[in-house]
Design a binder for this molecule. Structure first.
Ligand code: SF4
Ligand code: SF4
Length: 137
């Protein structure tokens, strides 16, 4: 989704590589694309097929893994079937989990990610399809 998804503008020295998971998990209001459903313009594992014309929500989005080189490579969203991102509510983050991989919840890497997020944020909202939960310290 981000400027880095084609590998041309790597923030924090990173690029999305063949991760395209935000193009499934994130809702895109301009496209009326619901969360947890693949965008019709996504070439999965490759990138956005309408990159130059993608809407602002896509242009502006970066998951925490992309933004912060401190996140281990192993936590790249497509590897753990989950992505962490800023939330509109202060002092909180959102963890979007791919409902096609329900086993991701409770997996060691996602547990580690939640613990790391709760060291920084008071609350972590977990969304997985129609399921949601709020975790606190
Ligand atoms: S989830 Fe993160 S790493 Fe994956 S494509 Fe989106 S911004 Fe890039
Ligand atoms: S328009 Fe492009 S960047 Fe935005 S969700 Fe669809 S495939 Fe991803």
């Amino acid at each position: 989704m981000s400027d880095a998804s084609d590998g041309t503008t790597p923030p924090a020295g990173r690029t999305c590589g063949d991760c395209t998971l935000c193009c499934k998990l994130m809702g895109v209001p301009e496209l009326k694309k619901p969360a947890a459903r693949w965008c019709a313009s996504c070439d999965r594992g490759t990138g956005c097929t309408v990159y130059a014309e993608r809407p602002p929500s896509c242009r502006n989005f970066e998951c925490f893994w992309l933004m912060d080189a401190g996140f281990p490579d192993d936590l790249r969203p497509d590897r753990i079937h989950a992505l962490a991102a800023f939330n509109d509510t202060p002092d909180s983050a959102v963890l979007h989990v791919d409902p096609a991989h329900p086993g991701a919840m409770g997996s060691a890497p996602v547990d580690a990610l939640i613990r790391a997020l709760l060291k920084v944020y008071s609350r972590v909202f977990v969304l997985c399809g129609k399921e949601s939960a709020m975790l606190t310290r």
